[in-house]
Design a protein around this ligand. Sequence first.
Ligand code: HEC
Length: 183
Amino acid sequence: MKSVLGKLFISLFMVGSLSALAASDIFIFQTAKIKIDNKEGSIFIGTPVKVLKKVDDKNVLVEFSGMAFGDKLYTGKTKSLLMATKKEGSFADEGQVVKVQAVIEKGYLSEVPAEIWEEHEEFFYEMCTQCHGAYKPQSHTMLEWDAILQTMSGFAQLYEDETEYLSRFLKANASNGFYPEQK
Ligand code: HEC
């Protein structure tokens, strides 16, 4: 009995020491409006969330965590990858990691990251393989992609919104992005 308790303690401790992202199992399929503390907000494509419970036939309560900077929530202090925004008030003190709960329609959730990013990926292959082979998004970190895109978006003659679109795909799938375990 003693040893069973010991094991239980160890496994709980290990779960706690993993990042909150790794514990997530479902993802935002499409940027969507949500309610956070009864205030309007948005959650952005690709963000990992955990489903806590069903609210009604259409909606579920989800939880996600990130680093707060004013009314924006990012994956980390480099503010490379935006997870959510909130209309009134800030999420927490600057740079604080917080857990957020929100109500969202089930239709906005997907279990398969590859499905979420299908159109982005097509655009990426179309625009970024004219001069060289495709570099896998996982081959670079988010910050590296920011730097690389500064030259490459010019090379590919992308408009600003196209660069933004591609940037989110590359960073979400970067080696330290939303899905690091899928490297
Ligand atoms: C007009 C040709 C051209 C296009 C289009 C182009 N690239 Fe490049 N790319 C290059 C050249 C030349 C290099 C090598 C020299 C350099 O690093 O500047 C390179 C290098 C790279 C590297 C390696 C950089 C490193 O330091 O590891 C990456 C990653 C990359 N490109 C990504 C992209 C992406 C993403 C796009 C689409 C937005 C793109 N490229 C579009 C010409 C192009």
